[in-house]
Design a protein around this ligand. Structure first.
Ligand SMILES: C[S@@+](CC[C@H](N)C(=O)[O-])C[C@H]1O[C@@H](n2cnc3c(N)ncnc32)[C@H](O)[C@@H]1O
Length: 144
């Protein structure tokens, strides 16, 4: 699905498509993260997860292909009084930072099978040694 697809979806309503509360799975992984750690929020969309992480005291860099989503993420961060760094980029064609983050968090990113391995490897390479990768993904059975 293209950036234009996500821009249209996010622009269709001032509300947040997936709400403003973080993924329940992510909140259950909270113990794996420490305050002041740096985290890359991959495909952060409208920012519900990145903004929650920032509210937990982490230094968050959110990346997503949708400029509209990231604008809404920045607005949410402002409303919550937290800092959020954003980058608008296609993850399949991004100059991924390497060895930089204490954690990477990716919640519900739809990727074509031919891109999945490379993007997941890039997430892992973006981590410092010992870094944590938190991934919530779809299972094919969900589509039956
Ligand atoms: C299902 S939404 C999930 C958003 C957010 N993680 C959440 O849980 O609310 C998927 C997100 O992945 C982003 N995305 C999909 N393919 C992408 C790509 N190739 N590059 C960058 N972002 C992409 C979309 O823009 C969208 O914001």
């Amino acid at each position: 699905m293209s950036a234009a697809f996500w821009d249209d979806r996010y622009a269709a309503s001032p509300r947040h498509l997936y709400g403003v509360e973080p993924s329940a799975f992510l909140t259950r992984q909270r113990h794996r993260l420490d305050r002041r750690q740096s985290v890359l929020a991959v495909a952060d969309g409208e920012g519900r997860n990145g903004v929650w992480l920032a509210g937990q005291g982490l230094k968050v860099h959110a990346v997503d292909g949708s400029a509209v989503g990231l604008q809404k993420a920045m607005r949410l961060a402002l409303d919550r009084g937290v800092n959020l760094r954003t980058t608008c980029a296609d993850l399949t064609d991004w100059a991924w930072p390497e060895g930089v983050y204490d954690a990477a968090v990716c919640i519900f990113l739809h990727l074509r099978p031919e891109h999945r391995r490379d993007v997941h490897r890039a997430m892992a390479r973006a981590l410092r040694p010992g870094g944590v990768l938190i991934l919530e993904a779809f299972h094919p059975l969900m589509w039956i």
